[in-house]
Design a protein around this ligand. Structure first.
Ligand code: RUQ
Ligand code: CUA
Length: 763
């Protein structure tokens, strides 16, 4: 065994040797280019995106996962997918919707008592401090059911879902104000507020849109529905939104389409929605003073709908909260420039993008210079009184993103399958690039903050047609990475997206994210608090209260404690499991065969698997993450005894008998192993390992394991003193297991030090 371990040490060095040798005999660059048909330009693009092993990305992108109800996390420029964060949809790998803690979140996400197993995520928004991304929280909307998810970027887990009490559908979310005071959520398809009924013949009178301002409580890391409110709006299909910043801070902007208020009815011979909703040349941009609306709400001038405070349209008009401006034609994206002075709108059926001046809008408001009112009495500002520029870009302008260079904006052109780079101050087109195919949103690095980072732009395409190997009629979608550092845009990379139709994405500088490596011992990750039922090794137990059985369990490489749980048919069994590891990336899973539960237990996390033991039998539980060489052995039995069963034998059957010889052999092996560990320890402590935080935590992990080893050693020696060779041998074996884990961690630390140029220290 020791020899194997030494061989392991040796093998590590040998592997490095082989890698070098391979490098020497590999094809030349020219040969590879010829073989794969690559051009010089391809090589430059590859060099700009390729990230060697161990390398990191400069930016992290949070992309909506569309109909998957999830969020996708990937790095730029490598475009490597790092994680899917489950939000509205159960996801077994992360235990989301399979452990009791996350089920509570999905429970709170029910709409009208209905459990929803998916969401249509569109627009992620990163939390902001003073208009810049701070890397703490992420919000995302569900268009299908009006909901907002809150994700903590401390662990990339969903912590809250709020359900909008008045809307039946939404789209203009999530967008945050510059200090994340509010998360904006605007309606999409009009409805009767509170999700009630009215005949469609009364659409104009009874149907409404609205915009909701969800108050974000930063200290709690949660939306506070008790401090949130909405404003009633006309039944124009409200669309995307954005919050003002700097000059326009305190205001928010929401687009609309189908201001024609058409209700369809193709089956009765009426023209379809698409005709009725695109007849007029203009729709309305809603300009809303949210700071003032907050005062009006706090003064109690609200109507309660489903227990939710709503500022009525009349109050909004009386208090001067809402103004409308005509915008061409079937608009989609509305984006406020980094300095807050301009609002850029793309009209899907217009060839132009429209740039509105906030200063001009305010002038019209102050001078009460209105072109009239809409049918509901809301003042309408004439387009010419608010417009700064209109620029012909091409067909189907949708969304806009800002560059780090002043006045530069990028707009997606859906119909043309192009992205236009243009100057919104001067109103001129600077460059265009073709993409494949039909771009929806686009995302520039930190492109919606007060200080965009430039460098890269990603085109989030709706179709991929001929870009990838065919995988059946449902194609992946295509995120295309574009270099925007020069004057001309340069296409670098195609990334197939096989999760759902991504709409928007948000990108942040990677160094702003500071996620945890391990949880504080015994954390309920969904509340961020200490789990009331977390136990430390030695405190594990099984408690029964009537027919409710609670198993207080720990998990560590590579066993659960306890390993045998006996219950009666019909009992409810809760396994509350704490991963007692401190080692980085040592996640354990937990599943009970045939019972439909799976946990993800990252180091320090506590989670609960709850089952009803409704069928007599003996069921294995096991770890579902390959966590060590003895991962398959990380198992136990749930014995469900039939009703009225009486046991006739109590002594445990042993498959194998051990002698003093076995014990001596095992302990001799352990003593030799300890010598190797000591050598590694001497190596590490003889270097400046304290200067490497990664190694310091590895040393902590290894020390943990060595303490467990010492504990098992004592147990072995106690049993040996009683000449109980059975238990003495097995505990000595366990002692060795802990040694192996300590050695494994020690080796990781040693390799790290070697690779990072650690130096010898004076002893
Ligand atoms: S919207 S592109 Cu939510 Cu543009 Cu989809
Ligand atoms: Cu723990 Cu596999």
């Amino acid at each position: 065994m020791v020899r194997n371990f030494r061989k392991g040490l040796f093998a590590t060095t040998a592997v490095f040797g082989v890698a070098t040798a391979l490098g020497a005999s590999a094809e030349t660059l020219d040969e590879v280019m010829a073989r794969r048909g690559l051009t010089q330009q391809d090589l430059v693009a590859a060099a700009k995106t390729y990230t060697p092993t161990g390398g990191r990305d400069e930016f992290i992108v949070f992309s909506s996962g569309g109909q998957s109800g999830q969020i996708m996390v990937y790095g730029v420029p490598s475009m490597r997918i790092l994680k899917y964060v489950s939000v509205f949809t159960p996801e077994p790998w992360q235990g989301y919707g399979f452990d009791e803690e996350s089920k509570k979140i999905l429970d709170s996400a029910k709409v009208d008592g209905r459990e929803l197993h998916w969401g249509d995520t569109h627009h992620p928004a990163l939390s902001e401090t003073n208009g810049d991304l701070d890397g703490e929280y992420l919000f995302i909307n569900d268009k299908s059911a009006p909901r907002i998810g809150v994700i903590s970027l401390h662990d990339f887990e969903t912590q809250q879902i709020v359900v909008n009490p008045i809307l039946q559908s939404e789209h203009g979310g999530a967008f945050v104000t510059p200090n994340s005071e509010y998360v904006i959520e605007a309606a999409q398809y009009p409805g009767v507020l509170g999700r009630g009924y009215a005949p469609l013949s009364q659409f104009n009178e009874k149907f409404r849109g609205a915009v909701t301002y969800w108050k974000f409580d930063r200290a709690a890391g949660r939306i506070d529905p008790k401090q949130s409110f909405a404003i009633e709006l006309p039944p124009y299909s409200q669309d995307l939104s954005d919050a003002g910043k700097l000059d326009s801070d305190g205001w928010s902007f929401t687009n609309s389409f189908c201001a024609e208020r058409y209700v369809g009815g193709i089956e009765n011979g009426r023209p379809p929605f698409e005709a009725g909703c695109s007849q007029n040349d203009t729709d309305y941009l809603h300009v809303i003073n949210w700071k003032k609306a907050e005062e009006v709400y706090k003064a109690g001038k609200v109507t309660m709908i489903n227990d939710f405070p709503v500022i009525s349209m009349q109050t909004a008009i009386d208090e001067g909260l809402v103004y409308l401006i005509a915008e061409p034609k079937s608009p989609h994206g509305v984006d406020v420039s980094p300095d807050g002075k301009y609002i850029v709108v793309g009209g899907k059926l217009d060839t132009q993008a429209s740039v509105y001046s906030f200063e001009k809008i305010m002038k019209a408001v102050d001078e009460k210079k209105f072109a009239g009112t809409d049918p509901y009495g809301i003042p309408v500002i004439a387009m010419e009184d608010a417009l700064h520029k209109q620029v012909a870009l091409g067909l189907g302008p949708l969304h806009n993103q800002f560059d780090s260079k002043p006045c530069v904006v990028y707009t997606s052109l859906y119909v043309d399958s192009q992205i236009a780079k243009w100057d919104y101050c001067e109103g001129k087109v600077l460059d265009k690039i073709s993409i494949h195919y039909n771009v929806g949103h686009l995302v520039a690095m930190e492109g919606e903050s007060e200080h965009p980072a430039g460098k890269y732009l990603i085109s989030l395409n709706k179709l991929s047609i001929d870009r990838f190997n065919p995988v059946g009629p449902l194609h992946p979608q295509n995120h295309q990475l574009i270099d925007i550092s020069g004057d001309k845009m340069e296409l670098l990379y195609d990334m197939p997206v096989p999760l759902g139709e991504p709409h928007y994405a948000a990108a942040i500088s990677a160094d702003k994210l500071k996620p945890l490596v391990r949880y504080k011992y015994g954390t309920d990750s969904r509340t961020g608090e200490k789990h009331p039922d977390a136990v430390r090794p030695g405190q594990e137990r099984i408690e029964r209260d009537g027919t409710n059985v609670k198993v207080y369990m720990t998990a560590i490489r590579s066993h659960f404690t306890p390993e045998i749980v006996e219950v009666n048919e019909g009992d409810t069994v809760e396994f509350v499991i704490t991963n007692s590891e401190r080692a980085e990336d040592e996640t354990h899973g937990f599943s009970v065969s045939t019972y439909g539960v799976n946990l993800s237990l990252e180091p320090g996390k506590t989670a609960t698997a709850k089952i009803t033991a409704d069928k007599p039998g003996v069921f294995s539980y096991y770890c579902t993450e390959f966590c060590s060489a003895l991962h398959l052995e990380m198992t136990g039995f749930l014995a469900v005894k039939p009703k009225g069963y009486v046991e006739d034998q109590t002594a445990m059957a042993e498959g194998q008998q051990y002698t003093k010889d076995d014990y001596d052999k095992q302990t001799a092996n352990n003593v030799a192993t300890q010598e190797v560990i000591d050598q590694v320890v001497t190596y590490i402590t003889g270097r400046n390992y304290q200067d490497f935080p990664e190694v310091v935590s590895l040393v902590e992990d290894a020390t943990d394991q060595l303490n467990f080893a010492a504990d098992a050693k004592t147990k072995a020696e106690d049993a040996a003193a009683k000449e109980d060779w059975q238990n003495a041998t097995l505990w000595a074996g366990q002692w060795w297991q802990y040694q192996v884990k300590a050695a494994d961690i020690g080796l990781r630390a040693k390799t790290y030090l070697d690779e990072h140029g650690a130096v010898k220290t004076e002893q």
